[in-house]
Design a protein around this ligand. Structure first.
Ligand SMILES: Nc1ncnc2c1ncn2[C@@H]1O[C@H](COP(=O)(O)OP(=O)(O)OP(=O)(O)O)[C@@H](O)[C@H]1O
Ligand SMILES: [Mg+2]
Length: 74
Protein backbone atom coordinates (compact mmCIF):
# COMPACT_ATOMS: atom_id res chain seq x y z
CA UNK A 1 0.00 0.00 0.00
CA UNK A 2 1.44 3.34 -1.02
CA UNK A 3 -1.35 5.93 -0.40
CA UNK A 4 -1.33 8.52 2.33
CA UNK A 5 -2.34 7.39 5.79
CA UNK A 6 -5.87 8.70 6.44
CA UNK A 7 -6.62 6.93 9.72
CA UNK A 8 -3.86 6.38 12.26
CA UNK A 9 -4.10 4.94 15.76
CA UNK A 10 -1.07 4.87 18.03
CA UNK A 11 -1.12 3.18 21.42
CA UNK A 12 -4.86 3.62 21.87
CA UNK A 13 -6.30 2.45 25.18
CA UNK A 14 -9.81 2.67 26.55
CA UNK A 15 -11.53 1.33 29.63
CA UNK A 16 -15.18 0.91 30.59
CA UNK A 17 -14.71 1.14 34.35
CA UNK A 18 -12.29 -1.69 35.24
CA UNK A 19 -12.74 -3.37 31.87
CA UNK A 20 -9.81 -2.69 29.50
CA UNK A 21 -11.71 -2.81 26.23
CA UNK A 22 -9.00 -1.45 23.87
CA UNK A 23 -5.42 -2.37 24.69
CA UNK A 24 -2.52 -0.67 22.90
CA UNK A 25 -4.13 -0.47 19.47
CA UNK A 26 -1.81 0.54 16.62
CA UNK A 27 -3.41 0.81 13.18
CA UNK A 28 -2.71 2.64 9.93
CA UNK A 29 -5.26 2.77 7.12
CA UNK A 30 -4.26 4.37 3.82
CA UNK A 31 -6.22 5.98 1.01
CA UNK A 32 -8.16 3.40 -1.04
CA UNK A 33 -7.36 0.64 1.46
CA UNK A 34 -10.23 -1.52 2.76
CA UNK A 35 -9.80 -3.14 6.15
CA UNK A 36 -11.89 -5.85 7.81
CA UNK A 37 -11.87 -5.91 11.61
CA UNK A 38 -12.21 -9.50 12.82
CA UNK A 39 -12.66 -10.92 16.29
CA UNK A 40 -15.10 -12.63 18.61
CA UNK A 41 -18.23 -10.93 19.89
CA UNK A 42 -17.30 -8.46 22.62
CA UNK A 43 -13.66 -8.11 21.50
CA UNK A 44 -14.03 -4.37 20.90
CA UNK A 45 -14.58 -4.10 17.13
CA UNK A 46 -17.46 -1.65 17.41
CA UNK A 47 -15.69 0.28 20.15
CA UNK A 48 -12.60 0.93 18.03
CA UNK A 49 -14.80 2.12 15.15
CA UNK A 50 -16.78 4.32 17.53
CA UNK A 51 -13.49 5.89 18.67
CA UNK A 52 -12.47 6.63 15.07
CA UNK A 53 -15.79 8.38 14.34
CA UNK A 54 -15.70 10.01 17.77
CA UNK A 55 -18.89 8.50 19.15
CA UNK A 56 -16.54 7.32 21.94
CA UNK A 57 -13.55 9.14 23.40
CA UNK A 58 -10.36 7.11 23.83
CA UNK A 59 -8.47 7.62 27.07
CA UNK A 60 -4.85 7.06 25.99
CA UNK A 61 -2.90 7.23 22.75
CA UNK A 62 -3.47 9.14 19.53
CA UNK A 63 -6.08 8.92 16.78
CA UNK A 64 -5.57 11.04 13.65
CA UNK A 65 -8.23 11.13 10.91
CA UNK A 66 -7.28 12.88 7.66
CA UNK A 67 -4.69 14.97 9.49
CA UNK A 68 -7.02 15.94 12.35
CA UNK A 69 -6.06 14.59 15.76
CA UNK A 70 -9.12 13.56 17.79
CA UNK A 71 -8.76 15.39 21.09
CA UNK A 72 -10.67 17.77 23.35
CA UNK A 73 -10.68 20.42 20.60
CA UNK A 74 -12.10 18.17 17.88
N1 LIG B 1 -20.79 1.87 26.83
C1 LIG B 1 -20.31 0.73 27.36
N2 LIG B 1 -20.17 0.58 28.69
C2 LIG B 1 -19.68 -0.54 29.21
N3 LIG B 1 -19.25 -1.61 28.50
C3 LIG B 1 -19.35 -1.51 27.18
C4 LIG B 1 -19.89 -0.35 26.52
N4 LIG B 1 -19.86 -0.57 25.18
C5 LIG B 1 -19.35 -1.79 25.00
N5 LIG B 1 -19.04 -2.37 26.19
C6 LIG B 1 -18.43 -3.69 26.39
O1 LIG B 1 -17.16 -3.67 25.74
C7 LIG B 1 -16.91 -4.91 25.07
C8 LIG B 1 -16.68 -4.65 23.60
O2 LIG B 1 -17.90 -4.20 23.02
P1 LIG B 1 -18.02 -3.99 21.46
O3 LIG B 1 -19.41 -3.50 21.22
O4 LIG B 1 -16.90 -3.12 20.97
O5 LIG B 1 -17.83 -5.46 20.93
P2 LIG B 1 -17.84 -6.04 19.44
O6 LIG B 1 -16.47 -6.61 19.20
O7 LIG B 1 -18.32 -4.99 18.50
O8 LIG B 1 -18.85 -7.26 19.56
P3 LIG B 1 -20.41 -7.43 19.09
O9 LIG B 1 -20.65 -6.51 17.92
O10 LIG B 1 -20.53 -8.88 18.76
O11 LIG B 1 -21.18 -7.07 20.32
C9 LIG B 1 -18.11 -5.79 25.38
O12 LIG B 1 -17.76 -6.58 26.51
C10 LIG B 1 -19.20 -4.82 25.72
O13 LIG B 1 -20.13 -5.37 26.63
MG1 LIG C 1 -20.04 -4.76 17.31
Amino acid sequence: MTGNAVIELEGVNEWFGDFHVLEDIDLTIRERERVVVCGPSGSGRSTVIRCINRLEEHQEGRIVVDGQELDDDT
